[in-house]
Design a protein around this ligand. Structure first.
Ligand code: WT7
Length: 604
C-alpha cells in the first residue's frame, strides 16, 4: 500500500455528519454561501480559484488520446492553462454577441476542447449541453432543437457525418466550431442553408491571451447546464441545472468520492451523460484534484495500465464496465499494481454483491455503489468509505438529503390518503417509489419549455424519481427496479419512444414496441418488437435492414440490438403499447392481468 492509501476520509462518522449537517456550512469550503454581493460561478470555483490560491501549476486534467501509443504520452493541462483557455473561449463568445443565456453544445469525444467549451461557456454564463458523440443524427437534431442551441462545438468527422445533414432543421444554430480544423478547412464551408450557421475553426475562434474577460456576477440560480434525459413517452427532457448546484458537486466529491487535493481521480463516464459532467468535470476540479480523461473507449488492458501508471487514487465507473473487467478474469488485473488506489465507486445501474466482492478482491479497496439521476444533479444515496460497505445496497442518503419511499399500486400510481397526499412507507423491506424531499441545491430547476412535465415530477414536496427501492432496518437503500419503461443499457438511459419512433418511420413497419432485455454484460439491451405492414414478409434481410435503418438514424448508443417480428402488440384500451407485457413475455413470466388489453393475443 502506498502512502496515499492512508489518507483519512473526509466523512468520518455518518450519523454524526448527518445530525450536524447544514447546507449553509457546506459552502464554507467554497468560500462561503453566495449572496447579493458574491455570486457563484462553477468555472471560477473549478479553475480560477485554484490559480488564485497558488495551485495554477497543479495538473487539472491528464488527457490521454485515443491511439494505443497515446497511453504512453499523456498531455497534462494545468489549472492555469485551463483557466486561460476557458477565459479566451468566454471572451470570444462575448465578442461575437453570445451573451449570458446562450445555449452552447458539444458533440465531440473526450477531447480537451470539450472541457474548455464546458467551463468557458459557464464563465460567460451561457448554458452548456453535452451531447454523446455516439448519438445518430436524429437524437442530435432533436436535442439541439429542443435546447435552442446557438453554438455547437464538434469535430470535422462528426460535423461531416452527423451535423452537415441536419443544419436545415436547426434554425437557432448560428455558429459551428470545428475542433482540430484549420481555418482553411472551414473557410469555404457551406452548410446547405442560406443564412445558416457560420462554420469556424475552434482554435481560430478563441480570443488571444491579451484580451480581458471578467466573470460577471453570477447569481446562484443562473442556469448552467442543460442535460437531456429520456422519459417513457414524448421528446427527451432538458433538465436545467444552476450554478448553485456546485455545492452538491463539491460536497459529494468530498464526502462520497473522498477527493483530496493531491489525488488522481478517474471518472470513466462520457460528459455526454450527466455523470461525465458532474463528476468528470465539476466535482474533481472544484476539489482541486488531477482528473484523468481518456479519449478511448473501454479496453481492460488499457484501463489497468492507466490505473497503475497514473497511480489513480479514486476510480468512479459503471457496473457495465466492472462486469466487462470481471468477464476477462482476475489474471489480467493481477499483472498490475494498484497500490495508490483507495476507493472504487460505481453508478448508473445496480451493482450486485458479487461484483462488489470481485472488485474488493482484485483492487483491495472498498467498492461503493452510489445512486442518483440526471435530475438530481449529483449523488444522493451512497455507501461511504468510513462505513462498512453493505454489498448490493446503494447505501444511505447523502447528509442533507431526505429520502422517502412512497407507496404505489401495482399499476404504478401513488397510493394517497384522504387529503390526496402520498403515503410514505416507514416499515423496512417494503418497496415503494424512491422520492427525495425537494429543495436540495443541485435539484433540477425545470425541464426546458415543459413546465407540465416538471410539475408532474413532484408531489406534496417530494421529487418522484421513478425508481423502485426498499430500505432495510438499518436505513440502507436497495434498488428494486425502474417504475417506468425507460431502459438502462450499459449505464445509459434510453427512452423507448425515441427508438419506436425511428423504427415506425421505416416504410415496412406498422408498429413497434421497445423494451430492455436482460443482458449479462450491459445489464439490459434495447430490444424492439416489430409489427410489419400487411404486405411485408418477415425475413433476416428485412431485420438487418431495420437494424441498419435504426443505427443510421439513432446511432449505436440508442439503436436496438435485437429485433423480433410479431403479428401484434398488446395495447391498453386507450391505445398505449403495454411494454410491461412485452417484458414479461421476454422473460417468460406470467403476463398477469391482461384485462386491459384490446389485442391480448400473441399470434407469433
Ligand atoms: C437512473 C438515472 C447514474 C447517474 C447519472 C445517470 C439508475 C442510477 C443506480 C444504482 C441502480 C441506478 C436508476 C436511475 N441508477 N444509479 N446505484 N443502482 N440503478 O443518470 O441517466 O438520469 O439515470 O439510473 O434507474 O433512475 P440517468
Amino acid at each position: 500500500m502506498s502512502a496515499q492509501a492512508t489518507v483519512a476520509p473526509w466523512l468520518v462518522d455518518y450519523d454524526a455528519t448527518v445530525a450536524a449537517f447544514d447546507w449553509d456550512r457546506a459552502w464554507d469550503d467554497l468560500g462561503g454561501r453566495p449572496d447579493a454581493e458574491h455570486g457563484v460561478n462553477i468555472a471560477d470555483l473549478a479553475l480560477d480559484r485554484h490559480v488564485r490560491a497558488g495551485r495554477g501549476d497543479h495538473v487539472a486534467i491528464r488527457w490521454i488520446g485515443r491511439d494505443p501509443a497515446d497511453v504512453e504520452a499523456p498531455v497534462d493541462l494545468t489549472y492555469s492553462m485551463l483557466a486561460s483557455r476557458t477565459h479566451r473561449f468566454a471572451c470570444a463568445l462575448r465578442n461575437n454577441g453570445f451573451g449570458p443565456g446562450t445555449g452552447v453544445a458539444t458533440l465531440t469525444g473526450r477531447i480537451p476542447d470539450l472541457y474548455v467549451t464546458a467551463l468557458g461557456t459557464l464563465k460567460g454564463q451561457g448554458t452548456f449541453t453535452p451531447l454523446f458523440s455516439a448519438f445518430g443524427p436524429d437524437p442530435i437534431a432533436q436535442r439541439l432543437q429542443l435546447g435552442h442551441i446557438k453554438v455547437l462545438v464538434t469535430t470535422p468527422t462528426l460535423y461531416r457525418r452527423k451535423v452537415a445533414g441536419i443544419v436545415d432543421r436547426l434554425p437557432d444554430l448560428e455558429l459551428v466550431l470545428v475542433c482540430g480544423a484549420t481555418e482553411d478547412q472551414t473557410a469555404g464551408s457551406t452548410n446547405g442553408r442560406r443564412g445558416g450557421p457560420r462554420v469556424l475553426s475552434f482554435g481560430a475562434f478563441l480570443c488571444d491571451g491579451t484580451k480581458t474577460f471578467e466573470i460577471g456576477y453570477t447569481d446562484p440560480e443562473t442556469p448552467a447546464l442543460l442535460h437531456f434525459t429520456s422519459g417513457t413517452t414524448g421528446t427527451p427532457k432538458g433538465a436545467i441545472h444552476v450554478h448553485g448546484a456546485v455545492v452538491t458537486h463539491h460536497l459529494t466529491g468530498r464526502l462520497v468520492l473522498d477527493l483530496h487535493p493531491d489525488d488522481v481521480f478517474w471518472c470513466t463516464a462520457d460528459p455526454g451523460w450527466v455523470t461525465g459532467t458532474s463528476y468528470g468535470i465539476i466535482a474533481p476540479l472544484t476539489n482541486g484534484v488531477t482528473s484523468i480523461v481518456d479519449e478511448a473507449d473501454f479496453d481492460a488492458e488499457r484501463w489497468y495500465r492507466i490505473l497503475e501508471r497514473d497511480a489513480v487514487d479514486v476510480f468512479y465507473t459503471a457496473p457495465t464496465a466492472i462486469r466487462m473487467l470481471q468477464r476477462l478474469g482476475p489474471e489480467l488485473a493481477a499483472a498490475h499494481d494498484f497500490g495508490a488506489l483507495r476507493l472504487l465507486a460505481s453508478v448508473g445501474e445496480p451493482l450486485d454483491a458479487e461484483a462488489v466482492r470481485w472488485c474488493e478482491r482484485v483492487f483491495q479497496v472498498p467498492v461503493l455503489d452510489t445512486w442518483w439521476q440526471t435530475e438530481t444533479g449529483g449523488i444522493m444515496i451512497a455507501n461511504y468509505r468510513s462505513e462498512p460497505v453493505r454489498a448490493g445496497s446503494m447505501g444511505r442518503p447523502l447528509p442533507g438529503i431526505e429520502v422517502g419511499l412512497l407507496a404505489r399500486t401495482p399499476d404504478g400510481d401513488l397510493v394517497t390518503d384522504d387529503r390526496g397526499a402520498p403515503i410514505e412507507i416507514t416499515d423496512p423491506d417494503i418497496s415503494g417509489e424512491l422520492a427525495l424531499r425537494a429543495g436540495w441545491p443541485s435539484m433540477f430547476r425545470g425541464y426546458l419549455d415543459q413546465q407540465d412535465r416538471y410539475d408532474a415530477a413532484f408531489v406534496d414536496g417530494w421529487y418522484r424519481s421513478g425508481d423502485l427501492a426498499r430500505r432495510d432496518a438499518d436505513g440502507y437503500f436497495w434498488f428494486v427496479g425502474r417504475g417506468d419503461d425507460v431502459i438502462k443499457t450499459a449505464g445509459h438511459l434510453i427512452g423507448p419512444f425515441e427508438v419506436e419512433s425511428a423504427l415506425d418511420e421505416h416504410p415496412a413497419v406498422a408498429e413497434t414496441g421497445v423494451i430492455g432485455k436482460p443482458d449479462e454484460t450491459a445489464g439490459t439491451i434495447v430490444k424492439a418488437f416489430v409489427v410489419l405492414g400487411h404486405d411485408q414478409v418477415p425475413s433476416d434481410d428485412l431485420r438487418r435492414e431495420l437494424l441498419g435503418h435504426a443505427r443510421s438514424r439513432l446511432g449505436a448508443a440508442v439503436a436496438p440490438r435485437e429485433i423480433e417480428f410479431v403479428d401484434s402488440l398488446p395495447h391498453t384500451r386507450s391505445g398505449k403499447i403495454m411494454r410491461r407485457l412485452l417484458k414479461a413475455r421476454e422473460l417468460g413470466e406470467d403476463e398477469g392481468d391482461t384485462s386491459a388489453l384490446e389485442t391480448p393475443a400473441w399470434a407469433t
